[in-house]
Each structure stands twice: as structure tokens, then as C-alpha cells.
Design a protein around this ligand. Structure first.
Ligand code: TRP
Length: 367
């Protein structure tokens, strides 16, 4: 009787003989991929509601870069969120595209993270609907962002329900990927708290499917606009665009609000009360920054001198971003390729989660 061969599959049996170096590299790559899969998922997103600005950069993108090694990062361009505010339909596609270009130009290397557009993965809205069934209305009405946005609309009756349900869609974005970490600015902390609440409600009712995601607060808590009063935002026109020409940035900086105590050149100021100084803390090296602060307190320098120092250092960050942006924005095939790959990977994860969710909720065919 011939002894059974250790390998009965002839393909497998010949494996060792036929492996090329290239195959081996591929196998190693596959294992490396496994490692990525083993990492916890971090998820975040920005609305393509206008040109991205340094508030988006400091509050989001820059802090995301630090996570690339630690997490399996998924970064989304949330176009379904963007349509909850007044917007120009003929511009949305370009804004979405350009947001992707800004992500990459700012240092989110597509080889080290997943970048995709929310509306490319229909499961986001599907999960939103289902999560809406475990989300108390009272919680939605309590959201600060809702209250602020609703104020901008004339009458309460005309506030669209999309604005109210915005945080459910955000929860769906995160939970769809079972993300465990969500890097955001302080203004999103409340939405994240609600996301955890929704996950708990769901898990309690239908069985544990979703992890409760942690909020990773970015160092830059709240970036004010050049008016020194309100959060930086394109719609308020108080923003410094990430890809704006240097002359335009300087013009906005030159006229930006500083410490109101410095009315005349000789009036001493307090850097702690100056929004320009806050910008310094993000862009200007410590030594020069301290010099500016001293100059301000003693009125040795004027606000314009101080702004010139800031401008120089700000440009050291923005120049490379703008140059890469201008180069990449023309490479449509490349950018769309990145977004296609992101979409494909996200759809796969999303489909698996939705299958679990529908199963748990009893939404399936009876056989
Ligand atoms: N609401 C967020 C903002 O305005 C954007 C956003 C949508 C988001 N979905 C998200 C952020 C999921 C983090 C995770 O900044």
C-alpha cells in the first residue's frame, strides 16, 4: 500500500518548487496587509462645504497624520453631511474632489490610509435609518451644532429634518466601520458622545455589534477665524484657505483682529488675548514666538511686525501643501483611482456590517 502523501493537492505539493521571489514578496505583503487589518480602525471626515482652511488642517488633518502608523485609518469626505446646509449643487462635485486632493496634499498618504467619498458607500444612509430607530429625538434637539445651525434658518418649521438627523448619519459613518477611535476637534465631542449613546442603545436592544468609539481630541481645540470672534469657517468668510495664494493670505492676516487693547502702535498688548498669537502657537518656533510675545507686551513691535513673522512661518507650512495641491489637482485619474480603491475597501466592510445589523434586527427573508 503506498503511503498517503502529505499533500494530496498537486497544486500545493508543487508550491515550494514554483514559488518565485516575486510570489514570496507578494505573500509577505499579504501578511503586512493582515497586520493593517489587525489594527484598530480610526475614522474621521470633513464636509466638502467649502475650500478647506487652516481650521480644518489644525483641528483635523494634521492630527490625523500622526495616527497613520498606529491605526488602520479611514478618512471620509462627507458629502451627504454637506447637503444639510445651503449649498450650490453645481459646485459640490468639484469641492468633494478638491477635498480629496487637499487630504493627500496635506500629507495623508493614500498608501497608508483609506480615503473615500461618503456617497460612494450607500450603506451609510442605510445604517443611518436603522440607527434612527434607537435615537431619542430629545438627544438630537439638545445638540449644540443643531441649535446653532437651526438659528441661521428663519423659522423652526423650515429647519430641514436632515439638519436634526445629521448626528445619526455621523454615528452611522463611524459605527459602519466599527471604528474605535475618532479624531476630531472639540466642537464634535458632543456628537461623539451621542454616537456612543446610540451604539449602547443599539447593542442593548439587538445584541453587541458596535464598539463604543473613543474621541481623540485634536490639540487645536477651537480655531477662530481672522475676525477673532467666531470659529473659522468658509461660510463666515473669516478663513485662511489652505491653498489660497500667499498674497490673499497676507491681505487677510494684515487686516485680522488682534488684542483690542492695541489701538495705537505704542499701546502694549497681551498675547493671551490675541488670536494672531494663537496662530503663532501652531506655526512659529518657540524662540521667535516668545520674542513676539515680549514685543507685544512692551509695545516694542507693532501688530503688523508680529503678523509678518507669523506669515513667514505659516507659509512654510502652506507653501508645500499649495504646491502639491496645484500639481495633484490636475491628476484626475490618480485622484479618482485613490477614491475608487477607498470606495471598494469601504463597501466591503460596510456590506459585512450591514449583514450583521440586518440579521440582528430581524430584517431578512423568511425561509
Ligand atoms: N460633523 C463633522 C464636522 O462637521 C464631520 C463628520 C461627519 C465626521 N461624519 C464624521 C467627523 C465622522 C468624524 C467622524 O466636522
Amino acid at each position: 500500500m503506498p503511503r498517503a502523501r502529505p499533500f494530496t493537492d498537486p497544486g500545493l505539493h508543487n508550491l515550494r518548487a514554483t514559488l518565485t521571489v516575486r510570489d514570496m514578496i507578494r505573500i509577505i505583503e499579504l501578511f503586512a496587509g493582515e497586520k493593517t487589518m489587525g489594527k484598530k480602525i480610526a475614522f474621521s471626515g470633513i464636509q466638502p462645504s467649502g475650500e478647506l482652511h487652516i481650521g480644518n488642517y489644525l483641528g483635523a488633518i494634521r492630527s490625523w497624520i500622526d495616527l497613520l502608523d498606529k491605526y488602520d485609518c479611514i478618512f471620509c469626505i462627507v458629502d451627504y453631511h454637506a447637503v444639510t446646509a445651503p449649498y450650490e449643487p453645481s459646485e459640490l462635485a468639484r469641492r468633494t474632489y478638491e477635498a480629496a486632493v487637499v487630504y493627500i496634499a496635506s500629507g495623508l498618504d493614500p498608501d497608508r490610509c483609506t480615503i473615500f467619498v461618503q456617497s460612494d458607500v450607500p450603506e451609510h444612509t442605510e445604517l443611518q435609518w436603522l440607527l434612527g430607530t434607537v435615537t431619542p429625538l430629545g438627544d438630537l434637539f439638545r445638540m449644540t451644532q443643531y441649535k446653532e445651525k437651526a438659528k441661521e434658518v428663519k423659522t423652526r418649521q423650515s429647519v430641514c429634518s436632515g439638519l436634526l438627523c445629521y448626528p445619526i448619519l455621523q454615528a452611522a459613518d463611524i459605527l459602519l466601520y466599527k471604528a474605535e477611535a475618532v479624531p476630531v476637534g472639540e466642537d464634535q465631542a458632543q456628537h461623539l458622545e451621542l454616537t456612543r449613546e446610540i451604539a449602547r442603545h443599539f447593542n442593548r436592544r439587538f445584541g453587541t455589534i458596535f464598539p463604543e468609539p473613543r474621541t481623540l481630541l485634536s490639540e487645536a481645540k477651537r480655531i477662530l477665524g481672522v475676525d477673532g470672534e467666531r470659529k473659522m469657517s468658509k461660510s463666515l468668510g473669516n478663513h485662511l484657505g489652505l491653498t489660497e495664494p500667499p498674497e490673499a493670505i497676507w491681505e487677510k492676516l494684515r487686516t485680522a483682529k488682534t488684542d483690542p487693547a492695541r489701538i495705537r502702535r505704542n499701546d502694549p498688548g497681551d498675547p493671551e488675548r490675541c488670536n494672531i498669537y494663537t496662530y503663532h502657537t501652531f506655526f512659529t518656533p518657540k524662540e521667535e514666538r516668545i520674542k513676539c510675545a515680549e514685543g507685544c507686551r512692551t509695545a516694542a513691535i507693532g501688530c503688523v511686525d508680529c503678523k509678518k513673522v507669523l506669515f513667514k512661518h505659516l507659509m512654510q507650512t502652506l507653501d508645500p501643501i499649495r504646491e502639491r495641491f496645484n500639481e495633484l489637482v490636475k491628476q484626475k485619474d490618480y485622484i479618482n483611482g485613490v477614491l475608487d480603491a477607498g470606495r471598494d475597501r469601504c463597501r466591503e466592510i460596510a456590506r459585512a456590517t450591514m449583514e450583521e445589523v440586518r440579521g440582528a434586527m430581524g430584517i431578512r427573508r423568511l425561509h
